[in-house]
Structure formats: structure tokens, C-alpha cells
Design a protein around this ligand. Structure first.
Ligand code: OXD
Length: 309
């Protein structure tokens, strides 16, 4: 029996190497050159093309290579009844804490303005934004959003959180459900999107939300490109409601060459790298689920397709 990696936009060779080194008993294949499709029982996926799972008659379960599973759940060529798991790892949370804190500090210290000035040979110092001037709103208080919100609070930021279901978190004011969204946004001037992508959250970061925040505001999207209505961000920046944004996820990735975001002084773009699974840490949980499949046991970190996580 074998485990198959499928990815179009991540190099899975390092995963294969770690696997062969640590688990020489596990047979591994890498898409698209599959020697024995009938032996594949578990697939690890990231950015797979449609129909990538066709022709695997004994496939039992799949895992995302990362924390998100929207690429699996949205792929209509994957059978609905296939079990799906995802990666859960504290290291991903730690990377995300650092990314988000750095993004906020980039904003506080006008890093993007100075980078732009440098290109133009300009020297215009600005006053640093104090932590006390910021009210950080974290949307999504799940596996990653909650530790990020708690970390920012521990670093002296005023933090509020919004999630689908009610949460009680010491030191963080929380709001739940769509009825509470306006109250959550009131006074927030740094918005961090860490929501799972669901039909309810798609396009949630839009003009109406930008209007309700305290202005000028800063946006950090480290969830999915489809959460953000991209043209609304441009409009809100032009209006002065949004002072800038640091974005790690986009509706289309890689971001198309002609996209309006590229030439914006106050948008920092990173190529979906805010938090990445590290093969050396994560391989053990993938192999554990593969072995669970072989021995007929329930998967760990199994995804509830209704909740999308
Ligand atoms: C993930 C990601 O879901 O990197 O892990 O976006």
C-alpha cells in the first residue's frame, strides 16, 4: 500500500525525502508519475488540479498538506464521502503569530512607506503609530486565530475577536455571529482575517465592513483570497478609509502580473508564506493517519465538511 503526494505549487520532494528517511517502511509516490495507482490508499494534497484523484481505485482518505482544506472541499471532482484530515501543528501557529505581529509593526513603523520612498530616493520621516492607538480585531478564533489573538494581547495590543460561535477568552473581548459583527468592528482599526473559508465567510471582507471600522485602518489577510473583495480594498484605500494592507492570500495565486495590487504603495504582498507546514515536524502526523487508514482506525484532525475545518 502507498501514500501519494499531489501538489502543483509546492515542492513535495523534501516531504518524500523526510518520509523515506524517517519511515522507510512507507511506500511513497509523487503525482503525476504514479507507478501503481491501485496501491494508493492515502493522498496528501496541496493545490491539486481537478480530477487528480481519478483512477485511484483503493483510495481511503486524503489530507491537506496545510491547515486549510478549502482546496479539497471545493474540488467537486473529489468524492464527497472521502474522509479528509488536515495538519494541526503549534509551529504553524507560531509562524502565524510572528507574521501578524510583524505586519502590524510594519504598519506602525511605516515600513511600506519607507520602502516606497527608498525607490524614489525620498527622505520623509513619519511619526511611529503607538500600540495604544491600535485596536486589533481578529476574525476567526479557531485553531490558529485564537493563539494569534492571545499572543497579540500578551504583546500589549488591545485585541477583540469575532467568531462564528461564542468564545470566552481571558483578556480578549469576543463577539459571535453575524448579528455581532457591527459591534465587533466598532473601534477596530487593525483587522486580521484568520477565518476558515466557508460559503458564509466568502467575500466577508468588503466595503461595508471597511466603512464600519475606525479610519484609517489597516488590513491583514492571512486566510484566503476569497475572503476579500479585492476591488473594495482598492476603493477603500482610495477613499482613505484603509491606510494600507498586508496580504498573504489572493483570489488568484500567483497574483496575476497585471493585478492592481502590485503597484500600490500601501499594499504589502507576500506569496502565501505566512505559515507553512514543515516536513520534519508534520510528517509524523501524516504517516500516523496513513497507518490509521491501513488499520481501519478513525483519522486524527479529521475535517467536518459542514464546518470546513
Ligand atoms: C494553510 C496555508 O492552509 O498555508 O496551511 O494557507
Amino acid at each position: 500500500m502507498s501514500l501519494l503526494f499531489i501538489s502543483t505549487d509546492r515542492d513535495v520532494e523534501p516531504w518524500k525525502e523526510v518520509l523515506e528517511e524517517d519511515y522507510p517502511d512507507v511506500e511513497v509516490e509523487i503525482w503525476p508519475d504514479i507507478d501503481e495507482p491501485e496501491r494508493v490508499q492515502f493522498v496528501v494534497l496541496w493545490g491539486q488540479p481537478p480530477h487528480a484523484l481519478d483512477g485511484l481505485p483503493n483510495l481511503q482518505a486524503v489530507s491537506s498538506l496545510g491547515a486549510g482544506v478549502d482546496h479539497v472541499l471545493e474540488d467537486k471532482t473529489i468524492p464527497d464521502d472521502l474522509r479528509v484530515s488536515r495538519v494541526v501543528d503549534d509551529d504553524i501557529n507560531d509562524q502565524m503569530k510572528i507574521y501578524v505581529e510583524t505586519a502590524i509593526n510594519n504598519y506602525r513603523m511605516h515600513s511600506f512607506t519607507y520602502a516606497y520612498q527608498q525607490q524614489k530616493g525620498q527622505w520623509n520621516p513619519e511619526l511611529r503609530i503607538k500600540k495604544s492607538q491600535l485596536n486589533v480585531g481578529v476574525m476567526g478564533l479557531g485553531q490558529i486565530g485564537l493563539p494569534v489573538a492571545q499572543y497579540l494581547s500578551s504583546q500589549g495590543f488591545d485585541v477583540e475577536g469575532w467568531s462564528n460561535s461564542a468564545k470566552d477568552i481571558s483578556g480578549i473581548e469576543t463577539y459571535a455571529g453575524s448579528d455581532a459583527l457591527n459591534n465587533f468592528l466598532d473601534g477596530v482599526n487593525v483587522l486580521v482575517c484568520l477565518l476558515p473559508l466557508t460559503p458564509e465567510t466568502e467575500g466577508i471582507v468588503d466595503l461595508s465592513l471597511f466603512k464600519k471600522m475606525e479610519h484609517p485602518a489597516f488590513l491583514i489577510n492571512v486566510a484566503r483570497g476569497a475572503h476579500l473583495v479585492e476591488e473594495d480594498l482598492i476603493y477603500a484605500i482610495d477613499k482613505g478609509w484603509i491606510a494600507g494592507a498586508q496580504l498573504d492570500a489572493f483570489q488568484e495565486e500567483p497574483l496575476p502580473e497585471k493585478h492592481a495590487f502590485w503597484n500600490r504603495e500601501n499594499i504589502i504582498i507576500t506569496p502565501h508564506v505566512a505559515a507553512e507546514s514543515d516536513p520534519e515536524r508534520v510528517i509524523a502526523q501524516l504517516v500516523e493517519n496513513y497507518k490509521r487508514v491501513l488499520s481501519g482506525q478513525p483519522l486524527k484532525n479529521k475535517v467536518n465538511p459542514e464546518k470546513h475545518y
